[in-house]
Ligand binder design. Sequence first.
Ligand SMILES: NC(=O)c1ccc[n+]([C@@H]2O[C@H](COP(=O)([O-])OP(=O)(O)OC[C@H]3O[C@@H](n4cnc5c(N)ncnc54)[C@H](OP(=O)(O)O)[C@@H]3O)[C@@H](O)[C@H]2O)c1
Length: 250
Amino acid sequence: MDLTARVAMVTGGSSGIGRAVCLRLAQAGARVVIGYRGNRDGADTTAQAIRDKGWPEPATVRVDVTDAEDTQRVFGHVVRANGKLDILVNNAGVGQPSAVVPMNPVGEWAASVETNLLGTLHCIKASSLHMLVARSGSIVNISSIAGRVGIPGLSSYCASKAGIEGMTRALSREFAPYDVRVNAVAPGYTADTGMVDRIDDKRLREFLDRIAMKRLADAHEVANAVAFLASDEASYITGHTLVVDGGLTA
Ligand SMILES: NC(=O)c1ccc[n+]([C@@H]2O[C@H](COP(=O)([O-])OP(=O)(O)OC[C@H]3O[C@@H](n4cnc5c(N)ncnc54)[C@H](OP(=O)(O)O)[C@@H]3O)[C@@H](O)[C@H]2O)c1
């Protein structure tokens, strides 16, 4: 995969899957803008790892994807600074198991929808006009197996990720006339990431049992799928969700 001279923005690049995606896109030659919300040190660590490899010089930028105005401002800055935006990876996400629905305050339930679904929308709104005018671009949204199978205690997370996949399909049709592709990657449980680190050992063992390949994903395996969809190798693929789950949903 060759992403030489492409400019890529990755939200949530300060840890986990987002960091692996930043590294993989940079390895393929892209200039990566690493988005973070609170973990500036994490974003700097991602940037340093790219510099250590001698890949194109990255940038870091603070953006809270739940804030539509902040997102518009930051993306405007990114496009002005780089002259364009070729690739957007909507990776920023939250997901915490919570109380069963009758006991779960709506505000708490809505929090993951606000970050995962509306946050993705804000980033697409803030960047897609530039892509549509340029008649070129690739957007990759990070979904989850939770967008396809139900997980008790995670109904809001499941709804947010199913929403991302529906939005991916709809926007792929809106944007196709302008040569902008919109796809998603749905990872399974991925090692050394914030989300899996928050799952207790007993529950994680139960999940492992359901994975055909009997192991967690490595974040670079998810990042490979993202880089593929972002690249011209996937030039005839749009509206698709690529599941990277070791056979969990097979
Ligand atoms: N880990 C898994 O097994 C797994 C499986 C399926 C899908 N996913 C999806 O993959 C993505 C990454 O997961 P992960 O486990 O790697 O995450 P993680 O390590 O917990 O990191 C989450 C990232 O999202 C950022 N973020 C959270 N809220 C944000 C906001 N309002 N604005 C901007 N950035 C925000 C965080 O930024 P700061 O830390 O800088 O605040 C951080 O970089 C998520 O969309 C998740 O749903 C993960």
